[in-house]
Design a protein around this ligand. Structure first.
Ligand SMILES: [Fe+2]
Length: 327
């Protein structure tokens, strides 16, 4: 999964109440007319989609936040009244929204809103923004790593897996009706599944990829065995081979403080970072056979094929056209 080159400090009170207030603020178009995909060579799939660019709780009225989205430098400012303004440094247009404690920007023409997360409205799930994680890896690589069950027992040994419980048991992958994929029936013995876990147990997972650079997992909670914790990973595409990950925790109450949840996830992310940043090629290859998948990679294979089917070109090495392959 993600990494921690830059960890944000947390300001108490960031999550839910502000999320709801922010949700009332609909899309805001900043400056001029609409920027369209025709004005840029950047993949319209990512150009016309929403991406997180900052967490509200990290913004400081005394100092504007600067970042980059799809090669475009941005400045995010908050005033003393809490009003947030996102601007392109080149004066180009953008759309702005705020959801889940995060500022979202669309540089093109959005044809749908920021992803709706039903669990974010459940009253006993505080939304915890983990922090912005800069990673020298392509966005699709970051998503694929999040889906990878096979690395849990090795990269996260002692936490999310452990020897000899490294075998990935068979699981199912299907297409989501609205686009994307879902992996169900995933199980893994975990010695420390969460900060609240007092003993190891077989954890059940469900993974979803609903948009090209958004994924989430549903994971057994050690105290609420009939419900799932939910962890989202939103990836901000900076350049084609660099990203910022914005994880969001929607966990059930189990006595763990937001600080404890955040620290646990940061530990996990730090373990992922060097693995992810050393993957080659930097862009995710989509051609069947580009890598040698094993059964445990079923969700990865499905993700790559779905990206290929929708025609994503950002951060990937597209598969050769069928006609070219047949020639
Ligand atoms: Fe990981």
């Amino acid at each position: 999964m993600a990494r921690f080159a830059r960890t944000i400090a947390h300001t108490p009170g960031c999550p839910k109440k502000r999320n709801r207030a922010a949700a009332k603020t609909r899309w805001t178009l900043r400056r001029g007319g609409l920027a369209t995909a025709a004005m840029t060579a950047i993949d319209p799939i990512v150009w016309n989609d929403w991406h997180p660019v900052a967490a509200r709780c990290t913004l400081d009225p005394a100092r504007a936040h600067t970042t980059v989205l799809l090669n475009q430098p941005l400045t995010i400012a908050i005033d003393g009244a809490g009003t947030i303004t996102a601007r392109r440094d080149d004066g180009g247009a953008l759309h702005q929204d705020e959801r889940y404690g995060l500022v979202w920007v669309c540089l093109g023409t959005p044809d749908r809103p920021v992803l709706v997360i039903a669990e974010a409205d459940e009253p006993d799930r505080p939304a915890v923004v983990v922090g912005a994680v800069a990673v020298r890896a392509a966005g699709p690589r970051v998503i694929e790593n999040f889906l990878d069950l096979g690395h849990l027992g090795y990269v996260h040994a002692g936490y999310l897996g452990d020897d000899p419980h490294t075998r990935v048991l068979p699981y199912s992958v299907a297409a989501l009706p609205q686009g994307g994929i879902i992996a169900t029936g995933c199980r893994m013995y975990q010695p420390q599944a969460s900060p609240a876990a007092t003993e190891g147990f077989d954890v059940e997972y469900v993974y979803k990829v609903e948009r090209a650079l958004i994924t989430c997992l549903y994971k057994s909670n050690p105290l609420h065995r009939d419900r799932f914790d939910v962890i989202y990973l939103f990836v901000q595409p900076v350049t084609e081979t660099t990203s910022v990950a914005h994880p969001l925790l929607l966990c059930l109450p189990d006595g763990t403080t937001p600080q404890g949840l955040r620290a646990f996830q940061q530990t996990i992310f730090l373990q992922d970072k060097p693995i992810l940043e050393n993957q080659r090629p930097a862009r995710l290859p989509l051609a069947d056979g580009a890598d040698t998948p094993i059964a445990a990679d079923k969700s990865s294979v499905a993700y790559r094929r779905w990206l290929s089917a929708i025609g994503l070109t950002w951060g990937v090495i597209p598969a050769p056209a069928k006609a070219a392959r047949a020639a």
